[in-house]
Write a protein that binds this ligand. Sequence first.
Ligand code: UDX
Length: 446
Amino acid sequence: MGSSRRIAVLGSGYVGLTVAAGLAFMRHEVVCSDIAESKIDQLSSGIVSIVEDGLTELVLEMVAKGRLKFTSSNLEAVSDAEFVFLCLPTPQGRDGSPDLSATIAVAREIGPHLARNSIVINKSTVPVGTAHKVRDIMNRPDVDVVSNPEFLSEGSAVLDFLQPDRIVIGSDSRENGLRVAELYGDPTDHKCIVTDTLSAELIKYACNAYLATRLTFINTIAELCEAVGADIRTVAAGMGTDHRIGTAFLNSGPGWGGSCFPKDTEALIHMAETVGCDIALVKTVIRANAGHTERIVEKVAAAVGGNVAGKVVAVWGLAFKAGTNDLRNSPAVKIVTSLQERGATVRAYDPAIEKDSLDGVELVHFKEDACVGADVLLVATEWPDFSLVDLATIGELMSHRSIVDARNVIEVEDALNAGFDYVGVGVGRSNTIRLLNLEAGEGGAQ
Ligand code: UDX
């Protein structure tokens, strides 16, 4: 581990706070700032409102050790910092490109106040060329701007930060790139990729677009599984054993969502277009993904006889994935909205979502309560305890025993044994029989 450095982290969202606490854990002196005073007040009194495994404990421990402090003044945070991390929001703008106004505003604000020879490090996902733009705005020849994109997944951000697959550092000065690498330990001793700023910025987008493409691929194969009677879980496992493919990110589901993939794929397309490249593949992936989410709505409709109007749909899970309370671009929320537009009554349960946080949706405190009188149960987020329920009891609460499992978390046999009709994603009800039928010439397949 290198020596302790004075670091400012601007932005206290899940990325900023994780980075701040993680760097403090690495024995640096960290000041984390946010313009939202209420957030800083909460953090200063030990309240971490972000649901992120291990984050509260880490923040409290680092504060207690005196290595992590909070302020609502960016200028106070940067005043004697040797390194300044920008962990600022880059929401999607109207044309699909990221809205860089927060980054630009902060660059303008802090530029004149940065310590001599300090390094500004961009963690946020920003278009290729942003490091250069920030450098121009700050107009500080002695200050370098380095790209160090985050690869933190919501729900496992702390672990991802402390045990990264790799650390990507883009700098136009190799010396400064290595200075940043040293913050994470001995640069020769860990998985540091030190490259130029443009490549580092593009690595982040390429990763997210690739992962989104991979998920859309597996969801497309899941569709095919349903058509031929194969089981996507076996197909994915069979694919994953090929070391060139690997097992991660092959779970079929209701389409990908969240705060990053939708925004980053759109941003990549926009960025490519500005330099005359048409990334048709990624456009197709986005379109197909919307179709995969809509397919779940169709499955729910089919499960209640074709029309959801007047039907009660119990929904388990609203967050875009398990382990987070984030509803941004959640497939579950899109499905719920579509069901409501078609006249369904939705009653939802999610262990991480506060009551009343979703307009027009009745949120209940227990998963059983969502099921009372329901015509169908939709499992939309893969919270682990959804697979542990006693389905016989759940069935007794419902008007009809029907499950649409958009995450394949319920054991098919358990559902069938408890008298449920079960529909998963790429999971045939009786694959063997269907295949035998195909062999016998059903549907002209021979
Ligand atoms: C993503 C990237 O993984 C992370 O590196 C980046 O920094 C931020 O964006 P995150 O948005 O937290 O992280 O979610 P992630 O775990 O990647 O999942 C994205 C979407 O894919 C979710 O909707 C999730 O449900 C879906 N998913 C993921 C699947 O449907 N199947 C899988 O096997 C994995």
